[in-house]
Design a protein around this ligand. Structure first.
Ligand code: SF4
Ligand code: SF4
Length: 414
């Protein structure tokens, strides 16, 4: 099952530990099994038959955030991300998934179930969590700091085609992801507003499904195949100039992981590569057209300090870091102040923060302090997962408001 081409990478590891210096989980525990070098050596031993599948091996591999910092830092070109993804599949095939994960995979694979889950979640939030002031936490996040579910699915609320405002200058497909569809409709509205004001017609296919990244990064690669094939059949079209994402996880999945995964599993990787070539983060699309933006101006706009957190999948999987900063710097009244370690993981990584609470809290703790040190009133980012983690953990009275970058733009665009 382990892809042969990836297996060969293991022989290139020099055990130099350059990866160790950048690893957030190693920084938190100082244990070799939580370091990329240690994890690589465990995988090597497993493939050589000196180590068998066990809960210990599973813990070492699943306590990796898959932030890709090690892959970027490795001087020997070891593709640690692909090694870990392949090994997670081995573990999943041998040990299976726990019931909550199985339920999550089932929901993410079935849009009807997912929307039903969101409706039940919303009813629970409105009936119990807010009125009863329940103090429980999910991981380190108080339940009352989790975002509310949308009243209606964003995609169902929008038409399948939203025309350009004024003269049409292009046509893009908007892959909304589950977060915007079910939770962050404020981001969806902002994306559509800014893109259409730039003269872009926005196509929003209603039958798109979860990108399946949370499924296959957990090791359940085979379970992810139906979603991947369905999305590729919807996204592989010639009549759009780009496929726009507002979620770094969906973007990283479509742009980088899915082409690799289809190749590893012997599926149609050509189609995956055609789609990947068109995937763009919304900040890239807007940064290219900044001179076309018509800004609202105000006589006196209060100065505000904004800092920017790079989502792992945006900065490393998609290679996007300059464009969101260009957009923030273009905003009247905004002073962008860089935090230390802006490109280091926020510690969330989807369900990681609920399954590895201590490690996650330690990684998030460093990020919180770095954000606070900037004195920013607003922390912008480009991923709904990072937004959830940061907004959920930055709970002091003077902590910054956490938003998606596109929301700051949408406020100031005519
Ligand atoms: S940086 Fe690369 S070569 Fe060095 S220990 Fe890590 S994986 Fe091995
Ligand atoms: S992907 Fe990130 S958390 Fe995982 S081993 Fe590499 S640096 Fe550490």
């Amino acid at each position: 099952m382990f892809a042969q081409s990836v297996m060969e990478d293991l022989h290139n590891c020099l055990k130099c530990a350059a990866c160790q210096a950048v690893c957030p989980t190693y920084k938190s525990t100082r244990m070799e099994r939580h370091a990329p070098r240690g994890r690589i050596q465990m995988v090597k031993k497993y493939l050589e038959g000196d180590l068998t599948v066990s809960r210990g091996l599973q813990e070492a591999l699943m306590s990796c955030i898959l932030c890709e910092s090690c892959t970027q830092a490795c001087p020997s070109g070891v593709r640690l991300d692909r090694v870990f993804e392949n090994m997670r599949m081995e573990l999943h095939e041998a040990l299976g998934a726990k019931l909550p994960k199985k339920a999550l995979f089932a929901a993410l694979s079935n849009p009807v179930l997912l929307r039903l889950g969101a409706r039940i979640g919303r009813a629970g939030q409105r009936a119990f969590i807010a009125p009863l002031n329940i103090k429980w936490k999910l991981g380190e996040i108080p339940l009352n700091r989790l975002p509310s579910f949308n009243q209606r699915s964003f995609r169902q609320r929008m038409g399948e085609v939203v025309p350009a405002a004024g003269k049409r200058r292009g046509r893009v497909l908007y892959f909304t992801g589950c977060a915007t569809d079910l939770i962050n409709e404020d981001v969806g509205d902002a994306v559509v507003k800014v893109l259409t004001r730039l003269g872009l017609e926005v196509v929003i296919p209603h039958d798109q499904v979860c990108c399946s990244v949370p499924i296959f990064l957990s090791g359940a690669r085979r379970e992810a195949i139906p979603n991947i094939e369905k999305n590729l059949s919807i996204l592989d079209r010639d009549d759009v100039d780009a496929i726009v994402v507002d979620c770094a996880t969906c973007g990283g999945g479509l742009k980088k992981s899915i082409p690799h995964l289809t190749e590893d599993l012997g599926l149609d990787s050509e189609k995956a590569r055609r789609v990947a070539a068109k995937v763009r983060d919304v900040s890239e699309i807007i940064a290219e057209r900044l001179e076309d933006v018509e800004w609202k101006t105000r006589k006196s706009r209060p100065r505000v300090i904004v800092t920017y957190h790079d989502p792992c999948h945006l900065v490393r999987s998609m290679g996007v870091s300059r464009q969101p900063r260009m957009l923030l710097e273009a905003l009247e009244g905004v002073r962008l102040v860089e935090m230390v370690g802006a490109d280091q993981c926020c510690g969330g990584a989807g369900s990681f923060q609920f399954e590895h609470v201590e490690i996650s809290a330690s990684v998030t703790g460093r990020k919180k302090e770095n954000i606070r040190s900037t004195g920013a009133a607003v922390a912008a980012t480009g991923c709904p997962g990072c937004r959830l983690t940061l907004a959920g953990n930055l709970c002091r009275e003077n902590d910054p408001l956490v938003v998606h970058t596109i929301q700051l733009l949408a406020e100031r665009v005519h």
